[in-house]
Design a binder for this molecule. Structure first.
Ligand SMILES: *Cc1c(COP(=O)(O)O)cnc(C)c1O
Length: 387
């Protein structure tokens, strides 16, 4: 789902003038994804580590990321929607399992089976339809069940699972390959909901035939060995977001965003700055405008709060974030000139800090990154070539 403006690079990057025609560059460090995957394998201490590559791998390019994860040994992938699974299937080797978290719409079961995509079955009708398909096809199909252990979002409620458990023929024609649930409060390690969901998950899985079990997302992995079971499902941690916001982030940053300065001006005291004059110049101010706005994923909520960076100096956002531009206060950075590239996400401004500026979470920043960035993939330490 990458746009036409994708460049590939290994080693040092030459930014072509093309990179200047859009909002700037989004550099995706595939070596960091590899390193994060290996780190999560260590943290998971024996549990298999799946890759959650839904929403185009949180906006970073699912086709590329899934390949890199596969090369690191990942064999299980989760997406949210069938559409995403269909676009990934052919690019992944046959031994890669592909699960659709949102389940399957009626009438699309056959398409799943044919393309070797496993829907996570979230309701009794979904389970019954999948089993009926296995009977019709005369071959065993893999079955993945999600339990609602307390989040009230997706999955079979306890009474439906109990009914399935009570039916000795329930899994006839199916290979029960995965029993999973999802934690609502894993990013709050002290929240009592975690232990409650864990207990529910254990109790429900005890009713059912043996299958691989999976409960933990990125934050869940950090909750300790009890939460890891056979398979863990990290997403954000692979992409460099802090598994538990507010705690030290052990993951390597993956995304870097830079933008060129389009124009610089000096304004007198009292000058209105940006839409609605939400700011006025306090003294003589030097302002730099960059071609990145809320259409590119810089939330309007970060107006007057966010910052860009240049050579170790902060350039605070001045005034409102517009659709296609942001005005930066460069008064304290006289060296900044038109064409200079400022950092929006990088060593000085982490993904989690950008999220905090906008009052949101790193997930929403990544998945909001717009199509007007030129995407550059680096893979310096990777084994083998990535197509
Ligand atoms: C998105 C998602 C994940 C991955 O969550 P992270 O917090 O990004 O690690 C895992 N499991 C389910 C069911 C999800 O929806």
């Amino acid at each position: 789902m990458n746009g036409p403006n994708v460049m590939h690079s290994s080693g040092s990057i030459d930014i072509s003038p093309l990179a200047m025609v859009g909002a700037g560059t989004l550099t995706i460090d595939l070596a960091a994804v590899r390193s994060n995957y290996r780190g999560l394998c260590q943290a998971a201490a024996g549990a298999a580590v799946a890759g959650v590559v839904k929403a185009d791998a949180y906006g970073l390019g699912a086709a590329r990321i899934a390949q890199v994860l596969y090369q690191e040994g990942c064999r299980t992938f989760f997406v949210a929607q069938l559409m995403e699974a269909l676009s990934l299937r052919d690019g992944l080797p046959g031994d890669a399992e592909l699960f659709v978290l949102n389940g399957v719409q009626p009438e699309l079961e056959a398409e799943c089976a044919e393309r070797r995509i496993t829907p996570v079955l979230n309701s009794r009708p979904q389970f019954a339809a999948w089993r009926a398909l296995a009977h019709r096809l005369g071959r065993r199909l893999p079955a993945a069940l999600q339990a609602d252990t307390g989040m009230s979002r997706l999955g079979l409620p306890p009474e439906e699972l109990e009914a399935i458990a009570a039916d000795a023929t329930a899994f006839e024609g199916l290979d029960f390959t995965l029993f999973m649930s999802h934690l609502a409060c894993a990013d709050e390690p002290d929240n009592a909901a975690n232990a409650m969901q864990l207990a529910n998950f254990r109790a429900l899985s005890a009713l059912l035939p043996a299958a691989r079990r999976s409960l933990a997302n990125s934050a869940g992995i950090m909750l300790g060995p009890d939460f890891r079971f056979d398979l863990v499902r990290p997403g954000i941690a692979l992409y460099g977001g802090a598994p538990i916001p507010g705690r030290p982030n052990p993951m390597k940053p993956v995304a870097t965003v830079e933008a060129p300065v389009a124009q610089i001006r000096t304004v007198p005291p009292g000058a209105g700055i940006g839409y609605g004059f939400s700011r006025h110049a306090t003294g003589r101010m030097r302002l730099a405008t960059i071609p990145v706005g809320y259409a590119d994923g810089w939330h309007r909520a970060s107006s007057n709060r966010g910052s860009a960076w240049f050579e170790g100096h902060a350039l605070p956002f001045a005034g409102r974030v517009s659709m296609d531009s942001i005005i930066l206060d460069a008064t304290a950075v006289p060296a900044l000139a038109p064409g200079d590239r400022v950092e929006l996400v990088g060593p000085h401004r982490t993904l989690d800090a950008v999220a905090a500026d906008a009052g949101t979470i790193s997930y929403e920043i990544l998945t909001s990154l717009g199509m007007r960035f030129t995407r550059v993939y680096r893979d310096e330490t990777g084994k083998g070539a990535v197509a």
